[in-house]
Design a protein around this ligand. Sequence first.
Ligand SMILES: Cc1cc2nc3c(=O)[nH]c(=O)nc-3n(C[C@H](O)[C@H](O)[C@H](O)COP(=O)(O)OP(=O)(O)OC[C@H]3O[C@@H](n4cnc5c(N)ncnc54)[C@H](O)[C@@H]3O)c2cc1C
Length: 382
Amino acid sequence: MQVTRVLISGAGIGGLAAATALARRGVQVDVVEQRPNSDVLGVGINQPANSLRALRALGVLDEVLATGFPFDRTSFYDWQGAPIVDCLSALGGDVPANTALSRRALHGILTAAAERAGTKITYGTTVEDLVDTDERLEVTFSDRRTESYDLVVGFEGLRSRLRRRLFGTGYDPVFTGYSVWRLTMPRPADVTHTMLFQGDGTKAGVIPLSADSMYLLHVTAEPGNPQIPENAKADLLVERLAGYGGLVGELRDTITPSDAVVYSPLSEVQLPAPWFKGRVIVLGDAAHACAPHLTQGAGMALEDAVVLAEELAVPDRDVDATLPAFMERRRERVGLVQDVSHQILVGEMAITAATLPHAVAHLREVLPEQMRQTETFLNQPF
Ligand SMILES: Cc1cc2nc3c(=O)[nH]c(=O)nc-3n(C[C@H](O)[C@H](O)[C@H](O)COP(=O)(O)OP(=O)(O)OC[C@H]3O[C@@H](n4cnc5c(N)ncnc54)[C@H](O)[C@@H]3O)c2cc1C
């Protein structure tokens, strides 16, 4: 390996994956995480085939498949439950097209894998200072320890401090104007794959997570990015779902004020390539957070992690040549995911009551081919 000692800041999905990928190749990896412990908040997370292949490279595919719910299609409906079109996924082959599971379960699997590989994870700790001496990176932590590394990787999510340190505040996350409301609920027997329901400037959906559970999602315009009080979330979700009939209407009518609704404003990060300076690189959401409409954000972070480890294992090359090579492998895939996810978000949200009938006809005509093209591309090796 071109590196012997690496620091990863952030024990989220990408950071844990990178730690596992590097430590399995014999690198000494330290991870620091600002959260006080390994616990994460979350609902469900879908892992499309390319994510599953990255998870296979980390040695955890069987655990993920044993935990999650596999499915191979997405069905589209209008907000009264009338079918629009059913799209068989072009993803998969050697792995399922999709497998959704609880985010907490995915974190648990990745944390265990990183620890098994020999990674040291320190919670409640952040990078306070970092000096690049050309030879080494001298890092001072919030607990006043200092250590030196060959490479520092920031998988710090949307509000990455390392990104700010390297590139300034010009690439802070930009709120899209839209948010997602999510709630884990019991799974009705007919929810066996992603079902999406196009409304009047909103979209709802259901994704199965296990034999017993699924999650309901609702994407809405939230101008001004309001703070939503915890105890108002369930009532507000019910209010936002007024007008939905069919399955979504039935699910809405079972929501109670004490239900644990997770509200997530949707923000994007567009850090131009290259995502590194010297031997410090930011990856995952810190570099390229996108709308969740292709369920590819974690997939891109997982791919970043696996590709970085592969490129650092190339013999007879040093890190300074490897980081540009890494960028070459990542730029196009990540750019496509960001662009397509954004277009889906704004396209769906622009549909009004007046344009819905026309939109339904248009979706029926173009969606299968658009999905096929995007998924065929994402199903290629990364
Ligand atoms: C509503 C919604 C639904 C989504 N659904 C899906 C889906 O179905 N499938 C999918 O693939 N993706 C999905 N995503 C995207 C996915 O969650 C992210 O792309 C993914 O979590 C990115 O991984 P990451 O490691 O880059 O960042 P994160 O998972 O956010 O991890 C960042 C970690 O860094 C820590 N951290 C932050 N700052 C510091 C610091 N200064 N020092 C130390 N630690 C720090 C954080 O506490 C956190 O643990 C969704 C996103 C949203 C908002």
